[in-house]
Design a protein around this ligand. Sequence first.
Ligand SMILES: *Cc1c(COP(=O)(O)O)cnc(C)c1O
Length: 367
Amino acid sequence: MKIETIAIHAGNHPNSEGKPAIQPITLSTTFEHHPEEAYIYTRAANPNRKSLENVLAKLEGGAEAAAFSSGNAAGMAVFQSLPVGSHVIAADDMYHGLSKQLKELFKGILEVTFVDLSNPDNFKNAIQPNTKLLWIETPSNPLLKISDIKALVAIAKSKNITVACDNTFATPIFQNPLKLGADLVMHSTTKFLGGHSDILGGALITAKVDDMWEKIRNVQHTGGAVPSPFDCYFLTRSIKTLPYRMKGHLANTTALAAYLSKHPQVEKVYYPGLPSHEGHQVAASQMNGYGSMLSFCVKGDAQTAEKVISKLKLYTNATSLGGVESLIERRAAVEGPDTLTPQNLIRVSVGLEHIDDLIADMDQALS
Ligand SMILES: *Cc1c(COP(=O)(O)O)cnc(C)c1O
């Protein structure tokens, strides 16, 4: 089946009284004991979570998926499943909430090296005898750097290193890391999969059910950072329109990137869909679309960037991404004083408003 069909049908198992067309929300936390015992207690499994996990696994071409209460909880489950003393290699521009986990929560438990993964040699050179996990994030935040998943997997496989990829920016519509050889995919479903800025969630998808996956399942069940049946229901509902939302996001972002690259007040545009982007070739080889996140630097300083943001009417100055509404923020302000992000950089999550309105608003703000 094609992705549009999977998105609509793989998460829908109406199996109850009256034959509803849409699966109802099963709020019950407990289930009557039964010889087959499909469900016992909602922390371990729930029909809505099962449907959500089914559609997530199918979208990424994986064997199974595990849903969590946030993207951070999903990432943490991977780190918690590693033996104590393991060495992790991660992207130096890894999502800050997850690098914070590694630096603070896993201090003394895991060893970590952060490298620029857009050059696979940096990964090769950082490998130690106890390296157990490579954590990729591509495209990355906020410079939209691209890592070559296949090239990194080839190096990792020769050393028995598990490869996990944070696929939040790309979505399963534009990139499937498992098909490129990765072992695990992670999503913050809060972003494009939820798509309406009203659900917090995370997910892991595995290529195969192995020891590592059994450990991750145990962290999910026993750790208990699971989404509610209500959240699972809404996320499954959102996913039905994901393929079509991504087509609209992509068309708008392509047009906005082209507009910005020609604007005299714009110093530089970071979007992997632009041939001028450093990672364009690799992105073209491993993505079906370049996503809908872009960053640009205005000519000027932090204040100039803040001024542009304050003049915008359609783009909300807020963190997060992936909703139908356009969001904008000056990343350096969010990342704090030791950030390497240029002070005049503005990140945009391009929404689904009409592109003419998005460009007209940007035009008046930049003039
Ligand atoms: C938001 C985000 C996360 C964390 O997800 P939460 O749902 O906020 O916990 C992880 N990775 C990336 C790339 C993100 O954008």
